[in-house]
Write a protein that binds this ligand. Structure first.
Ligand SMILES: Nc1ncnc2c1ncn2[C@@H]1O[C@H](COP(=O)(O)OP(=O)(O)O)[C@@H](O)[C@H]1O
Ligand SMILES: CC(=O)OP(=O)(O)O
Ligand SMILES: [Mg+2]
Length: 381
């Protein structure tokens, strides 16, 4: 291997995000986003990947560069097979395709990204980094649902968890911010983006997380319901006459914040709340109520809580969400400082009061850097 550059591809259901990093010094050489795949000039993921290749060429950083050491791909579902980054082979691609039923919004796009990138640079090592990997350490008591064991095992029905690359990166970055080793710290990580999940991390090891079989379980999200009585699905089917696919779309795309108030962007919800909009206020309150439940639950799971880290689009930017999520919890040793919380910035920072026993922090996530590091480590061995 000659080069030190790694291209990271994060192929989502309707977008492709990319970053080119130089692992010699961690420099970000280029980054971009191709959006609205399938809607306009970008017909499909193949066209999107071609556009990424062209944009890189335009910056003199073409995919044909000899300095490129590897391509790293975010893959959302790794099932029980992949608990670590994997060097991509035909067999690995087949295994990722087999997991499509468990992540129908995410894995097909990931597979297309891999196939196009391999066609463009068949000579280059490519690595899959899985969202589920970090959560594979969860004990069976957290990973299993309380359903018939034979049926669960036959169909792979268990809790896998997602956003693992972010939870791993942020739990380590939190320890760094606090000047501690990650092995000394019990942390709750709240990854609040469009998709949202919480995790309980004991000494750098994940012991529970809020997403489950799919990225639908847990917190209230931009368009996903999160936790729900599963009997609601039988009811919508039997009484509402809805098909399985219709209910799937309802819960994944027309629920959460957008289902409750018509907006999934927390900035817009904040603006509407300022105008006294009741639907926006209720959506916010439901979002916060669920978040507080997970903070309480994971405090009990961990026994001793040292830190809470907020990350991703909402976690990094919404002081209102952070304040409401942890309001009135001094009995838990959790006190947010209003002035610190209001400071905006792009660096990791503490927002807890001096008197707070639990450190509360805003820690920007960097899934691309983490994917690049894991990719480079694997191909450098
Ligand atoms: N300044 C802000 N204030 C409140 N929320 C914000 C702000 N900036 C971004 N967000 C929220 O972040 C969300 C996107 O988060 P992000 O982590 O980028 O999502 P994803 O990676 O899942 O697409 C947006 O939907 C928006 O609600
Ligand atoms: C797994 C998941 O929910 O990912 P995203 O937040 O990118 O949709
Ligand atoms: Mg994200």
């Amino acid at each position: 291997m000659n080069g030190t550059r790694v291209l990271v591809l994060n192929s989502g259901s309707s977008s492709v995000k990319y970053q080119l990093l130089d692992m010699a010094d961690g420099a970000r050489l280029s980054s971009g986003l191709v959006e609205r795949i399938g809607e306009g000039p970008v017909a499909d993921h193949t066209a999107a990947l071609k556009q990424v290749a062209e944009e890189l060429s335009d910056h003199g950083l073409g995919l044909d560069s000899p300095e490129l050491a590897a391509i790293g791909h975010r893959v959302v579902h790794g099932g029980t097979r992949f608990t670590e980054p994997a060097l991509i082979t035909d067999e690995v691609v087949e295994e990722i395709e087999k997991l499509v039923p468990l992540a129908p919004l995410h894995n097909p796009a990931n597979v297309t990204g891999i196939k196009v990138a391999r066609a463009l640079r068949p000579d280059l090592p490519q690595v899959a980094v899985f969202d589920t990997a970090f959560h594979s350490t969860m004990p069976e008591s957290a990973a299993r649902y309380a359903i018939d064991t034979g049926t669960a095992d036959r169909f792979g029905v268990r809790r896998y968890g997602f956003h693992g690359t972010s939870h791993a990166y942020v739990s380590r970055a939190t320890a760094k911010l606090l000047g501690k080793d990650v092995s000394e710290l019990n942390t709750i990580v709240l990854h609040l983006g469009n998709g949202a999940s919480a995790s309980a991390v004991r000494g750098g090891v994940c012991v529970d997380t809020s997403m489950g079989l799919t990225p639908l379980e847990g917190l209230v999200m931009g368009t996903r319901s999160g936790d729900l009585d599963p009997a609601a699905i039988f009811h919508l089917s039997r009484v509402g006459g809805m098909s399985t696919d219709e209910i799937d779309t309802l819960l994944n795309k027309r629920s959460g914040l957008i289902g409750l108030c018509g907006d999934n962007d927390m900035r817009e919800i904040g603006r509407r709340m300022g105008e006294g909009d009741e639907a926006a206020q209720l959506a916010f309150d439901i979002y916060i109520h669920r978040l507080r439940k997970y903070v309480g639950a994971y405090t009990a799971v961990l026994g001793r809580l040292d830190a809470i880290a907020f990350t991703a689009g909402v976690g990094e930017n919404s002081a209102a969400v952070r304040e409401a999520a942890l309001r009135d919890l001094p009995a838990f040793g959790i006190e947010v400082d209003a002035v610190r919380n209001a400071v905006r910035g792009s660096a990791a920072r503490l927002i807890s009061a001096e008197s707070s026993r639990v450190a509360v922090a805003v820690v920007p996530t960097d899934e691309e850097l983490e994917i690049a590091s894991q990719t480079f480590d694997l191909v450098s061995d």
